[in-house]
Design a protein around this ligand. Structure first.
Ligand SMILES: *Cc1c(COP(=O)(O)O)cnc(C)c1O
Length: 219
């Protein structure tokens, strides 16, 4: 077994059953992805549209591809035909474009709404007002399925800061679920946790972790 396969299996065996692992393969070559694939894993994530498309074309078609990085409106049309979940919806304009492309390709596109939970200016995401604005419009967007929320914690060694941010996302999820999705079982995912913080995220209620370097090695 290779180092990558060993990493994958030890992470997988540590995850509770209800937590989905998205293997983040950005910057890594297709041969590395194939090692993970050969172990039976099928869910991979990329943060750039161009790279996502290239790997989609080269790799087996039963892979479920997730986009986890910032998405520009003009690139939506390239990924909507095949993408399995877009984690990074951070504006109503973007969601409307995904809906439009979903309509064109006759797909209902799975998305998560990315929430700004960190203390870092550089991170993307909706604040609570923008989120409310989107949720008021959601019933008119028939070709998107809002499956939950996504967030990235501050990149810090202070565990209590990270934990508090994850907890705030879980609390928001519960509130939104009861207000807007109480009859929609598809709204169930909380995508939080990366290599450095996924054990904390799971303790705070994550259902989906996005792990790159702990599987594939440093970038
Ligand atoms: C790169 C990336 C990850 C994975 O990061 P690692 O620290 O390598 O696990 C997770 N989520 C997003 C949005 C990313 O861009």
């Amino acid at each position: 077994m290779s180092q990558i396969q060993y990493n994958l299996n030890s992470i997988k065996s540590s995850l509770p059953e209800h937590v989905t692992l998205v293997a983040i393969s950005k910057t890594k070559p297709v041969i590395d992805i194939m090692e993970v694939y050969m172990e039976g894993h099928r869910i991979f994530g990329e943060n750039k549209v161009q790279e996502l498309i290239g790997k989609y074309e080269e790799l087996p078609k039963d892979i479920k591809w997730h986009l986890v990085g910032h998405l520009q409106t003009n690139k939506v049309k390239y990924i909507v035909p095949f993408v399995s979940l877009i984690h990074s919806v951070d504006s109503l304009k973007l969601l409307a474009e995904i809906n439009k492309q979903g309509e064109k390709t006759n797909r209902k596109v799975n998305v998560l709404l990315q929430i700004y939970i960190a203390k870092e200016e550089t991170k993307f995401g909706l604040d609570e007002n923008e989120l409310e604005e989107i949720l008021k419009q959601k019933d008119s967007l028939s070709h998107v399925q809002i499956c939950g929320l996504m967030g990235m914690a501050t990149n810090t060694d202070y565990e209590d800061i990270v934990r508090k941010e994850f907890k705030s996302l879980k609390d928001l999820f519960i509130k939104i679920k009861s207000q807007y999705f109480s009859n929609d079982p598809a709204f169930k995912e909380i995508s939080m946790g990366m290599s450095g913080d996924y054990p904390i995220a799971i303790e705070e209620g994550s259902t989906m972790v996005r792990v790159g370097s702990s599987i594939f090695g440093g970038r």
